[in-house]
Design a binder for this molecule. Structure first.
Ligand SMILES: CCC[C@H]1O[C@@H](n2cnc3c(N)ncnc32)[C@H](O)[C@@H]1O
Length: 483
């Protein structure tokens, strides 16, 4: 099928669906009409979209962990522990890496080995192998809104099975689950495959079932400038809305400077409103998600709590609709349920203590918001130009030209010409703007900010700054100062 940002017809969708449902035997369990009926009976309090709308209306910042283990009963126990002990407002199901690569045979082995070992030998929940009936057991046993979180370039069968089972939110996107997650999967293919996922959500919406979609905001999670992650978020949001998605959460990964991060969430809301109303998507409900620091963490658990709490405080002051919570085991690997619950409770403490405060709307904050929006507009307008008006085509061409460029991305489709580094206050700026289509004054802004830090540190701007910043937080700092 030719790539274009146009809603798929039912015939186009159904032609592809037959093939998708055959990718693994459990695909046969998918019965869309029965799934719609099942969703109709899901109470509002367990519907992700509704809970987000309520939070936006009440000015709440909801907490959500990441969590997933191999076997159904253990996964249910884990989620219920995070709900009761961790006081989570929203719950995930993090999918294992084999499933993310469509390696369902290996996932099946993982299930069998986990049964033998009596513990999870997968780094997430292999939903495709468990099938609709198995995944539905999770939905029936956990009294909270459930979201599928993963990192899957071809997430079509995973969407069919988890949504049919009753999950009411689905993370990911054709850019955000390709560029940071795959080495050489064509962007064209993943954007097409994610149009399928969004069209499926659109079909549920046509039957009155509201399912929330959340493009993956942080991308590589390593010093990604806000304007770059926002540009991807807006593009994926527009592509999703074209396929009939009505409830979207756009996301952003914490960078660490409070002013820049609060400005980033406000700029994201304003950019989304601007671009969505421009493309007549006024009836799409928009919320935001703030991801606590996605880069390297300190091994020491007390220091890790410091990083988690900083992310919680920033999310609370930014008034994001939800915050994705890290754990004190981040530097070690998959967290225990206790560590996961601790991260959630520390976060909730900060969020509730900050619910009566907001960052004052100072000139500095406004300036930061305007810089982020100006940069994103430069990128998005160039994307539309390259795509001759089409965001899907434009996105593919923009990556080829370096107009969109994600730092430290594994994908060969990202030029990786840009180089981010922190300025003297720790805000993420660009040491090398690569081929980003910024105006001269924006380029000068970044240049000056990096030079200001260089002067303060008594060294020339260099790639060493980038390296120092990558390791800074795990070494207890924000700005990677020279030794
Ligand atoms: C983009 C996602 C990276 C983050 O996702 C966490 N993560 C991955 N898999 C699981 C899991 N099965 N349970 C709890 N957290 C998980 C990692 O720690 C990291 O923070």
């Amino acid at each position: 099928m030719e790539l274009k940002n146009r809603q798929w017809t039912h015939d186009q969708f159904n032609a592809v669906r037959q093939e998708v449902l055959n990718h693994w035997p459990t695909g046969k369990e998918v019965d869309f009409a029965a799934a719609v009926k099942y969703h109709e009976a899901i109470p509002a309090k367990r519907q992700f979209a509704k809970r987000l709308v309520k939070a936006k209306k009440n000015g709440e910042t909801l907490t959500q962990p990441r969590a997933g283990v191999a076997l159904i009963d253990e996964h249910i126990k884990l989620l219920n522990y995070l709900l009761t002990e961790g006081e989570a407002d929203l719950l995930p199901t993090t999918i294992d890496s084999y499933t993310r690569q469509n390696q369902y045979k290996e996932a099946q082995n993982g299930i069998e080995e986990s049964l033998k070992a009596g513990r999870s030998l997968l780094n997430g929940f292999p939903a495709v192998n468990h099938g609709v009936a198995g995944v539905r057991r999770v939905v029936e046993s956990v009294n909270a809104p459930l979201q599928v979180r993963h990192g899957t370039p071809d997430a079509r069968l995973l969407a069919e099975i988890t949504l049919a089972a009753g999950y009411t939110s689905y993370e990911g996107g054709g850019i955000s689950y390709n560029i940071p997650y795959a080495k050489e999967v064509s962007l064209e293919k993943t954007i097409l495959d994610w149009q399928y996922c969004d069209r499926l959500v659109g079909l549920y919406a046509e039957h009155g079932i509201e399912i929330n979609r959340e493009p993956f905001g942080p991308l590589t999670g390593t010093l990604v400038p806000p304007s770059i992650s926002h540009s991807v978020a807006v593009i994926e949001g527009l592509l999703a809305v074209e396929q009939g998605v009505k409830n979207l959460t756009l996301g952003y990964g914490q960078c660490g400077n409070l002013l820049q991060d609060v400005a980033a969430i406000q700029a994201l809301e304003q950019l989304a409103e601007e671009y969505f109303s421009k493309h007549s998507c006024a009836d799409c409900i928009l919320t935001t998600v703030f991801h606590q620091w996605m880069g390297g963490f300190p091994q020491d658990e007390s220091k890790a709590f410091g990083v988690i709490s900083w992310g919680a405080a920033t999310a609370g002051l930014a008034k994001a609709t939800k915050v994705i919570v890290k754990t004190p085991h981040e530097a070690l690997g998959i967290p225990t349920k206790e560590a996961n619950a601790q991260g959630l409770k520390a976060t909730k403490q900060l969020i509730s203590m900050l619910s009566d405060q907001a960052l004052p709307a100072t000139k500095e904050l406004e300036d930061e918001i305007n810089i982020i929006k100006a940069e994103a507009r430069c990128i998005l307008n160039k994307v539309v130009e390259l795509g001759q008006g089409d965001y899907a085509l434009g996105a593919v061409r923009a990556f080829a030209a370096g107009v969109l460029d994600v730092p430290f991305a594994p994908s060969k489709y990202s030029l990786n010409k840009i180089l981010p580094a922190r300025d003297n206050n720790g805000a993420v700026r660009l040491f090398d703007v690569g081929n980003l289509p910024f105006t001269p004054d924006l380029i000068a802004f970044h240049h000056d900010k990096i030079n200001e830090r260089a002067k303060a540190e008594g060294r020339d701007p260099s790639f060493q700054m980038v390296i120092d910043d990558i390791y800074a937080i795990s070494k207890g700092r924000l700005v990677g100062r020279p030794r």
